[in-house]
Write a protein that binds this ligand. Structure first.
Ligand SMILES: Cc1cc2nc3c(=O)[nH]c(=O)nc-3n(C[C@H](O)[C@H](O)[C@H](O)COP(=O)(O)O)c2cc1C
Ligand code: SF4
Length: 810
């Protein structure tokens, strides 16, 4: 054993050495290994960044990947930038122009890093969103996306056109900068779509413009939409992180050959971007989204839209901001609830009661502006009695409604006449709260729900289906808020003044005309941010083409009604005037209107008293006199009886009575419409509930019944003028149109529409008293979709329910 140990001496020495130095050796080795690992790790990371581009990035020339020609032009080939260069580029980013080299692209869904929220703008807290016209400048940024290249090309043209516009002499003083063009595939979303871009120059405020195609397949637009959605849903980011922008607008390109309607996907991605941007900017849609079909009208529509956006920029530059009124909405589908409050007598609140369900509505209005109303509210009995003279407001001035005079001379008002609706009166505040603009002291204008609906492509009123009235170009107005009836179904009970005489000061017609037009256009402008408003309809809506003098009150009450009509016609604005058949003298002296209506709310005296609750004691003779005037007028005017059916009040067994009235007045048309329940206190006091609203089937059956009786009379009296037929329907507002067959059927087809241009030409050429009549300005045939049995909904539009959801086609 000893010899073995002697022979093994060297290992013992090694062991001793190990024991003596093992601690420093182990420590040195560990240190060395750690150092090698650190170095290797650092090198590995650097290589990964440069060799493998982020997922979805354009592939880089000379980096071991192939070039993607379709997405990248030569100029746009990304460079690998040093951190210093990146910083520098960030600073000058806003000044980069078209064809800027892309820095980075994200195509994969965005991952939210915890640090993201604390970036830039929140710390800088720039006074964004507020635009100071004296010091600030607007920087438009045109973002586009393109796969096949057409949008890219168009976007370049848009940027150039805008640049030329900025450079033009007339805009020299505008503080709008030349637009910057960005391809959405290459911008870093975090830079532009979390808190708005950094502003390298002081006082620069950004305006985003989007030009987007739609693809129903995965493209680089998909991650962009994901980014917008995720940013909106990220609870750490405030609800409107892009409110720093002064505004935005979107234009979508699509193909209607493959995707004919929006419901079928036309421009759906542009619509999505528009929706998310509304949310992220806190409703800063500055101009309605435009759309264009690349195979037909895209360029034309784009031009109109661009000009609209430029107008908005001019307004911004002048310090007017997004303008007054509706700021738009971030809601994906906006409820139409606001519209359900009964916008107008003419509003035709959508009520197709084809189903069996009956909605009940609470009775909202308890305002009392008139002592008469109070009495009637507390006592339904009192409501049935005509008002006593003593209960009427004094002073009783000239009752011009009984003054038989062929001319509409201004009545001499009582001494010291007062304004009908003074600014400080409760009536004024009640009406303005309901959305009326009061013009002068006795006139009003209001945007009806159909105008809004048509702007959004959600359907027009029955007057479009029947007569071709473009609802978005229609102004609903009245020159007299006062009325001599208190109809049970009137929307405005308790808010509009009543009386049989004009006892107020009189405003001149030009004040009413220009005031109404200005108020209407300003209200239209305030709708530009509302979701779904169509750019082309918005642009058209700024040019008023029709005026419905039927809002509330009695237009014939206004002493200068003829002068007002002549102002309208002078601007080639058509006039549909609805009167309550209580002012025969004024009706007899009325100048030509495009279409003249008389409300026929009952078929006999007792029923008329219950429904219209007229203030005139001799209401029935007045009513009949008006029918006789209409008969006289029928060769010169398009005359219409408007029947409003109220179940339990005026139509259950009255077809014979109405047939007799039609025989007396022989109107060109009879409109039959189910009442729209307005739920006001006075209507409930009169005993009106939802039960009084007829179903569509009931209205349709009544129309058929009336036609049968009229045609029987035509047979028995051998008078072809009494032969009527059902020319059209608008089922979703429960409305049917009867027309005189002899006059309004051409080659076996109904033609209820109007040639408005021809009407104005005839008025100019042959004059007011000239020998011309309705047949001379008869328009196109009634469209197929509006004919009896076809529903009457404009196929260009999309029907929605009250929550804004598309209604499936029947
Ligand atoms: C595969 C494919 C899917 C498309 N999907 C839609 C669609 O869902 N809705 C639509 O309106 N247009 C659709 N289009 C039409 C494009 O949006 C339209 O051609 C657009 O101009 C393409 O723009 P770009 O050339 O800039 O990529 C589609 C086109 C293609 C080729
Ligand atoms: S006629 Fe004009 S105002 Fe009347 S509901 Fe139709 S669009 Fe509105």
């Amino acid at each position: 054993m000893k010899s073995l140990l002697a022979n093994n001496r060297p290992p013992t020495v090694l062991l001793d050495l190990w024991h003596g130095y093992r601690v420093p050796v182990i420590l040195s080795t560990l240190t060395l290994l750690f150092a090698v690992r650190v170095v290797l790790r650092a090198r590995w990371h650097r290589e990964k960044v440069s060799v493998t581009p982020p997922v979805g990035s354009p592939k880089v020339h000379g980096m071991g990947t192939t070039e993607q020609k379709s997405m990248l032009t030569e100029k746009e080939t990304p460079r690998i930038l040093s951190p210093e260069t990146l910083l520098l580029e960030k600073e000058v980013e806003s000044n980069l122009r078209t064809n800027e080299a892309p820095r980075r692209q994200r195509q994969s869904p965005k991952r939210v890093a915890a640090s993201k929220i604390f970036r830039r703008r929140s710390l800088k807290a720039a006074p964004y969103g507020l635009f100071d016209a004296a010091t600030d400048k607007i920087q438009p940024i045109v973002f586009f996306a393109s796969v096949a290249g057409s949008t890219e090309k168009t976007a370049g043209n848009v940027a150039r056109d805008m640049e030329a516009w900025v450079d033009s002499e007339s805009n020299a003083a505008l503080n709008v900068l030349k637009p910057i063009l960005h391809d959405l595939f290459y911008v870093d979303y975090d830079d532009y779509f979390i808190s708005g871009p950094p502003s390298p120059l002081p006082n620069t405020k950004h305006f985003y413009i989007f030009l987007l195609p739609t693809y129903n397949i995965d493209t680089a637009l998909t991650p962009f939409l994901d980014h917008l959605r995720e940013t909106h849903h990220d609870f750490r980011i405030n609800t409107a992180p892009l409110s720093a922008l002064i505004g935005y607008s979107v234009f979508g390109f699509g193909d209607q050959e493959g995707w004919p309607t929006e419901a079928e996907g036309f421009c759906s991605q542009a619509k999505e971007v528009d929706k998310w941007m509304a949310k992220l900017t806190g409703r800063k849609r500055a101009f309605p989204m435009g759309t264009g079909d690349v195979k037909s009208d895209a360029l034309e529509r784009l031009k109109d839209w661009r000009e609209g956006v430029q107008e908005v920029l001019v307004e911004f530059a002048a310090g007017k901001g997004l303008g007054e009124g509706v700021p738009g909405s971030g809601d994906a589908v906006e409820s139409d609830e606001e519209d359900g409050d009964g916008d107008s007598e003419d509003a035709d609140a959508e009520q197709s009661k084809t189903s069996t369900s009956r909605r009940t509505k609470k009775v909202p209005d308890t305002r009392v502006d008139d002592v008469e109303d109070l009495g009637r509210m507390v006592s339904p009995e009192l409501a049935k009695t005509p008002p006593s003279r003593s209960s009427r407001a004094r002073p009783l001035a000239i009752d011009f409604t009984t003054k038989i005079t062929p001319s509409l001379t201004v009545p001499v008002p009582s001494s010291d006449p007062k304004p009908m609706v003074p600014k400080e009166s409760p009536t004024y505040s009640a009406l303005t709260k309901q959305g009326y603009s009061i013009i002068g002291t006795h006139s009003g204008v209001k945007i009806c729900r159909w105008t809004k609906s048509a702007l959004r492509g959600r359907g027009s009123c029955y007057k479009y289906s029947f007569y071709g009235i473009a609802s978005h170009q229609c102004m609903e107005a009245t020159p007299s808020l006062s009325c001599s009836n208190k109809c049970v179904f009137c929307w405005r009970h308790g808010t509009n003044p009543v009386g049989t005489t004009w006892r107020w000061s009189v405003d001149p017609p030009d004040l009413i005309f220009s005031g109404a037009l200005a108020a209407h256009v300003s209200k239209i402008k305030s709708l530009k941010g509302v979701p779904g408003v169509r750019a082309e309809r918005f642009a058209e809506a700024l040019r008023v083409r029709h005026c419905a003098l039927s809002l509330v009150g009695e237009p014939l009450f206004y002493p200068h009604i003829n002068a007002l009509l002549s102002l309208l016609h002078g601007r080639r604005i058509s006039s549909f005037l609805v009167c309550n058949a209580q002012h025969p003298a004024q009706l007899a002296a009325l100048a030509r209107v495009t279409q003249l209506y008389v409300s026929i709310d009952a078929s006999d005296a007792e029923s008329l008293r219950r429904v219209d609750r007229p203030l005139h004691r001799d209401y029935w003779p007045r009513f009949l006199a008006c029918l006789d005037i209409l008969r006289e007028r029928r060769a010169k005017q398009r005359t219409v009886f408007r029947l409003t059916l109220v179940k339990g009040f005026n139509f259950d067994k009255e077809a014979d009575g109405y047939a007799a009235l039609v025989t007396r007045g022989v109107p060109a048309f009879v409109e039959i419409k189910g009442v729209t329940y307005c739920g006001t206190s006075s209507s409930s006091a009169a005993g009106l509930t939802m039960q009084n609203v007829p179903f569509w089937e009931e209205v349709a059956a009544f129309a058929e019944e009336l036609v049968k009786r009229l045609n029987a009379q035509a047979e028995s009296s051998d008078d072809e003028q009494l032969r009527y037929g059902i020319a059209a329907e608008h089922r979703h507002s429960c409305c049917v149109l009867l027309a005189c067959e002899r006059r309004f059927k051409r080659n076996g087809r109904w033609c209820s529409r109007i040639d408005y241009d021809r009407f104005f030409d005839l008025l100019e050429e042959r004059g007011e008293e000239g020998d011309w009549g309705p047949e001379d300005y008869m328009g196109e045939d009634t469209p197929e979709w509006a004919l009896w049995g076809n529903g009457g909904f404009d196929p260009r539009d999309t029907r929605v329910d009250r929550k804004g959801r598309p209604v499936p086609k029947a």
